[in-house]
Design a protein. Structure first.
Length: 155
């Protein structure tokens, strides 16, 4: 089992949504993650927005990694979204974003949160991996890219 398989469930890969704004994106994420984690969507949206106020989670190269720590969450969990169209996100490189990895962690899991965030950011620094995500033809193919990624060689 790869490390990503502990973060990302098969059904936590979404392809082709087209949010109208970052606020709308966070609402969609909160609704979906809330359903998956049995946490109120408003709690998740507030956490994502609070983190975003500290600085953009737009990683660069068309990638964003919104993340937050949530009371009541039992484990670190992720969701991957490939947008139907790139959107403005206030990324560090000012480019629009089309690949989003959402990471939510229990409030008390600081070390686990930082390790997961480092794992995700390492993967997205790998240009070949990012290109493969953009070229994948299905949700199953997207998940397979994460499931087979060896994080030791992601950078």
């Amino acid at each position: 089992m790869t490390e990503f398989q502990t973060l990302l469930a098969v059904d936590a890969v979404i392809d082709g949504i087209t949010p109208t704004s970052k606020k709308n994106l966070f609402q969609l994420i909160a609704k979906e993650m809330g359903r998956r984690c049995a946490i109120p969507a408003a709690t998740i949206a507030a956490s994502l927005n609070q983190r975003e106020k500290l600085g953009s989670t737009g990683f660069g190269g068309g990638v964003a990694i919104p993340h937050g720590r949530i009371d009541g969450l039992t484990r670190v969990t992720g969701m991957f979204i490939r947008l139907g169209q790139p959107m403005a996100y206030d990324a560090v490189d000012h480019l629009p974003v089309d690949l989003i990895f959402v990471l939510l962690s229990p409030k008390q899991a600081s070390v686990a949160h930082l390790k997961a965030l480092a794992q995700v950011s390492r993967a997205f620094r790998n240009r070949q991996f990012v290109d493969n995500l953009r070229g994948a033809m299905s949700v199953d193919a997207l998940y397979a890219l994460f499931a087979t990624l060896d994080s030791r060689h992601a950078a």
